[in-house]
Write a protein that binds this ligand. Structure first.
Ligand SMILES: Nc1ncnc2c1ncn2[C@@H]1O[C@H](COP(=O)(O)OP(=O)(O)OP(=O)(O)O)[C@@H](O)[C@H]1O
Ligand SMILES: [Mg+2]
Length: 326
């Protein structure tokens, strides 16, 4: 069997806080095959972005660091690899669309210059060829007057345009792995569909694997093959996308899925929400971290964190799963 494109094992990330290190990502493991799209979901603060950054070797350090685990890309161990090696992988081999576009764009260079630089760093193109490719990429992500935009600075553009430019930049070198962190949240629905179609086209044509981080389960349903649900730094359930919507297993996943509006259901009732809020890192309960918000939790759930186990088509860490529990 060929090894997976990406193999993440026991990835554990801490951040320094005032009173010492606080765990943000707590031993997560997953695999990704070439061409596969994995959705990473979960409420705010559960560690999705930090996970994405860690795959790219970009956890801000200090205050953050990978304290344990392994990230192997085509067999190559990225954790602890020299910065120079990681830099040569970024952009060409793996690329990230950041949640906040301004963190990725340099305010002092024009959009065109930044795109051309990325292209030329990784591909043997002269300036004119790179410029043409850059304009083409901007057009593909639906930027009007693409050629003129090349000479503008990031601050001259709207949030939606900036996000599309970042998407163009991430896709420019046709990476093998694309990490897309909330790539469409700043976009209107039409552009969102266009951008998702572009991402999907790329994965199909080039076998690019995608990790799509989003709160939007509708987007997940549309583009992902598989879903990993994160809660308080852990993956609590992983399953094929249709299984997650048909029969979520973890009670947290069940709550997330139940909160998605279903257009055909008339009359529209108040959507169920998950009671309570996500505890901050450093304040996680010792048993199942979802227990304080879960209607099914009992003493066993509170005693120790449940291990991941196969339940139906899922792998989930829940003692009282939804469905028939097998
Ligand atoms: N730069 C940082 N400094 C300190 N702590 C951080 C930093 N970045 C992240 N963290 C910690 O890691 C936790 C997880 O953050 P992360 O950004 O991964 O959440 P997320 O799941 O992406 O949330 P959201 O859906 O809001 O984007 C945060 O709650 C915070 O405690
Ligand atoms: Mg995030």
């Amino acid at each position: 069997m060929t090894p997976p494109l990406l193999h993440v094992e026991n990835l554990t990330i801490d951040f320094d806080a005032r009173h010492g290190p606080v765990r943000a990502v707590d031993g997560i493991s997953f695999e990704l095959a070439a061409g596969e799209t994995l959705g990473l979901v979960g409420e705010s603060g559960c560690g999705k972005s930090v996970t994405g950054l860690a795959l790219m070797g970009l956890v801000p350090s200090p205050p953050g660091r990978v304290v344990d685990g392994s990230v192997r890309f085509e067999g190559f161990e990225c954790v602890g690899a020299p910065e120079k090696t990681l830099r040569s992988l970024r952009g060409k081999t793996m690329s990230m669309i950041f949640q906040e576009p301004m963190t990725a764009l340099n305010p002092v260079f024009t959009v065109g210059r930044q795109l051309i630089d990325v292209l030329r760093r990784h591909e043997p193109l002269d300036r004119r060829q790179a410029r043409r490719r850059a304009v083409e990429m901007l057009e593909r992500v639906g930027i009007p007057r693409a050629a003129a935009r090349m000479d503008e600075y990031p601050h001259e553009l709207s949030g939606g345009l900036r996000q599309r430019i970042m998407i163009a930049m991430a896709l420019a070198c046709r990476p093998r792995l694309l990490i897309a962190d909330e790539p469409t949240t700043a976009l209107d629905v039409t552009t969102q569909a266009q951008v998702l179609a572009e991402i999907r086209e790329l994965t199909e044509a080039l076998g690019t694997a995608v990790i799509l981080v989003t709160h939007d389960l509708g987007v997940i349903a549309e583009v992902c093959d598989r879903v990993a649900v994160m809660y308080c730094g852990r993956i609590v359930e992983q399953a094929p996308v249709d299984a997650v919507f048909r029969q979520p297993r973890h009670r947290y996943t069940e709550g997330l899925v139940a909160a998605v509006p279903r257009i055909r259901e008339v009359p529209i009732e108040r959507l169920p929400t998950i009671p309570g809020t996500v505890p901050e890192p450093g304040r996680w309960p010792s048993g199942c971290r979802f227990a304080p918000r879960c209607a099914y939790a009992d003493a066993a759930c509170r005693a120790a964190p449940p291990a991941l186990r196969p339940i139906g088509e899922s792998v989930a860490a829940c003692l009282h799963p939804a469905g028939d529990g097998r």
